[in-house]
Design a protein around this ligand. Structure first.
Ligand code: ADP
Ligand code: F6P
Length: 324
């Protein structure tokens, strides 16, 4: 039976990561296993930046936004000699296994560490919901609530002034945040990587809404899709449609805040599940949510899974949000 495990957060932070850390620490304690937090992701492994923590620490961070143990990106971790330093540091401290909370990139590091003798289990922590092997990721629900609240507020003022708004939403190549937000707010137009509209198509759709005398228009766009800014898109929509149009880039407000109930529960349950794998001697695994049930799969198999086809869902939401 293992005696000491480590936990780290890597890549972009997400609300609910602390809940996952908390689940790890408390479930380890159930088994009499000590937990060490590793500060700033893989950087802390290489720099020997570990600290033993207690279940009391676990409870104190559970409801907090961000990650209490820091996160960082360390591209050099792809090099074997850098990972070797990390493995030596873990051996010196007697840490035999690791929970890695992050995205796809972080799991590649976890897989490589497992191959070097440190059993690792990866947990899905990102607001983007872009991890194919999990229906939902820790942080998505909280970010979605933030996005929805922001859209509602912008809708209020657009409606008062008979205007249009462009709202730019994060997702790192995945349209789940704007797509779900469109369902929850009735946003009139949306353009996401899975179904990208040209500037001309967006302008034409908004113009039609103006012709139909719609009082306000909300256009959701995913970040990093166009070679022009959302500000510029708003100007072009204004010129084409007749609506005074404003742009809002929601930005990092989407990454912060206290985790929602769903993210806390998913985070804690994932942390508990990961510890169960490690104490049974398993590693090289990724924990994902499938049909509301946690499952553990080989990291390698999850990295190659094809993206889900969202065509029907996108068409359904476009039809639903059409203005008559
Ligand atoms: P995310 O985990 O959110 O996808 P990144 O892709 O930035 O974020 O990856 C986070 C970290 O994981 C990187 O900074 C690096 O330390 C580590 N990593 C990514 N890819 C690899 C790889 N192929 N081998 C080893 N470590 C990796
Ligand atoms: O992966 C989370 C995320 O917030 C993405 O949605 C976004 O593209 C990226 O991270 C932003 O990264 P940074 O905080 O480094 O600007």
């Amino acid at each position: 039976m293992i005696k000491k495990i480590g936990v780290l957060t890597s890549g972009g932070d997400a609300p609910g990561m602390n809940a996952a850390i908390s689940g790890v620490i408390r479930q380890a304690s159930v088994h009499g296993v000590e937990t060490y937090v590793v500060f700033d992701g893989y950087k802390g492994l290489v720099e020997n930046n570990f600290k033993k923590v207690t279940p009391e620490f676990a409870t104190s961070i559970l409801n907090k936004g961000g990650t209490a143990i820091g996160s960082a990106r360390l591209p050099e971790f792809k090099e074997e000699k850098v990972r070797q330093v990390a493995v030596e540091n873990l051996h010196k401290e007697g840490i035999e296994a690791l929970v890695v909370i992050g995205g796809d990139g972080s799991y590649m590091g976890a897989q490589k560490l497992t191959e070097m003798g440190i059993n690792c289990v990866g947990l899905p922590g990102t607001i983007d919901n872009d991890i194919v092997s999990s229906d939902y990721t820790i942080g998505f629900d909280t970010a979605l609530n933030t996005v929805i609240e922001s859209i509602d507020k912008i809708r209020d003022t657009m409606e008062s002034h008979n205007r249009a708004a462009v709202i730019e939403i994060m997702g790192n190549g995945c349209g789940d945040l704007p797509l779900s937000a469109a369902v929850a707010t009735g946003a009139d137009v949306f353009s996401i990587p899975e179904s990208k509209l040209s500037k001309e198509e967006i302008c034409a759709q908004v113009k039609t809404l103006h012709d139909q005398e719609k009082r306000s228009v909300i256009v959701l766009v995913s970040e990093k899709m166009y070679d022009f800014s959302s500000e510029q898109l708003a100007k072009d929509i204004e010129a084409a449609s007749g609506y005074v149009t404003r742009a809002t880039v929601l930005g990092h407000v989407q990454r912060g805040g206290k985790p929602s109930a769903a993210d806390r529960i998913l985070g804690v349950n994932c942390g508990v599940f990961a510890v169960e794998q490690l104490v049974s001697g398993h590693g090289g695994l990724f924990v994902g949510l499938e049909d509301n049930k946690l499952v553990a799969r080989d990291i390698n198999s999850t990295l190659n899974m094809p993206r889900k086809d969202k065509t029907k869902e996108i068409a359904r939401v476009r039809e639903l949000n059409r203005f008559f």
